[in-house]
Design a binder for this molecule. Structure first.
Ligand code: IPM
Ligand code: MG
Length: 386
């Protein structure tokens, strides 16, 4: 689709207006929701695509087991939301169909399985990723991804900005003509301040002594430059916490430097760098299949596995053998986030026993290993024995 300069300029003007409106919405936001004041906390469960429904069901069973008294009292309610599938999204021509979005918005927190991310060349239209759309629609600005390898002294928590950067307009680039395509990256004062503050507040509450900002501000001067400056400003409000900054290229290298990497604690960074480095970081812990991820906003929060939907496993009839550990880890974060810390600790402990210590059942992704259901039962039995 070739553009004239005039229509490209109009598109750009519309983008600026849309982003300014988003800034106003951010400014109008109040404080974080306080779950303890709610009569009922509604947990939406969204299976997604591919292996998503199988692994999400395994995680849901464990959460329902841990929260059964709360469910009986009406303090917690689980709601299944089945419509977030690639087929429905294609039919609606939207990253999230309207009825599904409405169901999501009626919940407080969401447990979400992986969703297929369309790309050019796929059998379906190249619509926006459902993850990315959900993060934007529910304004889930903080993507928090912990990585721990205790025996190597690794204990990192990444605060990835989740609504801006290269992702904000990732589906709204300008294809000017065959010779020229332009994408945009977005940094706002409000958006950077809230993620920087979230990282420092987490550090303060969890006894962390250092926050590290990661950008490429030496080259991407305007947007990354702004992000870094805001981190520096916010750092001044936390004099007891050390602050340093690194560029993404050398940071990527330093994560494999055994002496240096143990010094990082809390890392705050723009969206795309956060996307990339959290996959690298998860690899030290056993790969993306072992890591959970929380997407936090002031009104909503969503917890998800960080791996993909593995359509090939489903095509080969192996979805029941898919590893549910990543989404169960996301369940730990969900419990902790809504105030059930005791239950979160129990689940984390049981999961560590099942995954790393006792290993009575092993998941191989095939019929040579346990099914996700069997693994969920193993985790519940372990919880009961704690
Ligand atoms: C992630 C994923 C997503 C992202 C994809 C699936 C759109 O890689 O959660 O890190 O890029 O954010
Ligand atoms: Mg990623």
């Amino acid at each position: 689709m070739a553009e004239t300069i005039q229509s490209a300029a109009e598109k750009f003007a519309a983008i600026i207006e849309q982003q300014l409106a988003r800034v106003e919405k951010m400014k109008a936001q109040k404080d974080f929701i306080d779950y303890s004041t709610l009569d009922t906390i509604i947990i939406g469960v969204c299976g997604g695509d591919g292996i998503g429904p199988a692994i999400t069901k395994a995680a849901q069973r464990i959460l329902e087991y841990l929260l059964k008294d709360e469910v009986a009292k009406g303090k917690v309610e689980f709601r299944n939301i089945d419509g977030l599938t690639i087929e429905n999204r294609v039919k609606a021509g939207k990253a999230i169909p309207d009825d599904v979005l409405e169901e999501l918005k009626a919940c407080h927190v969401i447990l979400k399985g992986p969703t297929t991310t369309p790309r050019a060349g796929d059998p379906w239209p190249n619509i926006e990723s459902a993850n990315v759309a959900m993060r934007k629609e529910l304004d889930l600005f903080a993507n928090v991804r912990p990585v721990k390898v205790p025996e190597q002294g690794i204990d990192w928590t990444f605060f990835r900005e989740n609504t801006e950067g290269g992702y904000a307009l990732g589906s709204q680039g300008i294809h000017f003509n065959d010779d020229l395509a332009i994408d945009f990256t977005v940094t706002t004062q409000e958006g950077s301040e809230r993620i920087a503050r979230a990282a420092f507040e987490f550090a303060k509450k969890n006894g962390k002594t250092r926050v590290t900002a990661v950008t490429k501000a030496n080259v991407i001067k305007t947007t990354d430059g702004k992000f870094l400056n805001i981190c520096k400003e916010v750092a001044k409000e936390y004099p007891d916490i050390e602050f340093d900054d690194w560029y993404i290229d050398i940071m990527t290298a330093k994560l494999v430097d055994e002496k240096r990497r143990t010094q990082f604690q809390v890392v705050v960074l723009p969206n795309l760098y956060g996307d990339i480095i959290t996959d690298e970081a998860a690899e030290f812990q056993g790969g993306v299949g072992t890591a959970g991820s929380s997407n936090l906003g002031k009104r909503y929060a969503m917890f998800e596995a960080i791996h993909g939907s593995a359509p090939r496993m489903v095509a080969e009839g192996r979805d029941k053998y898919a590893d549910p550990c990543s989404i169960i880890r996301a369940g730990v974060m969900l419990l902790s986030h809504i105030g059930y810390q005791k239950e979160a600790d129990k689940l984390e402990k049981a999961l560590d026993i099942c995954m790393y210590q006792e290993k009575k059942l092993v998941i191989t992704g095939r019929d040579t290993g346990a099914t996700g259901e069997e693994f969920a039962e193993y985790v519940m039995e372990t919880i009961a024995s704690l």
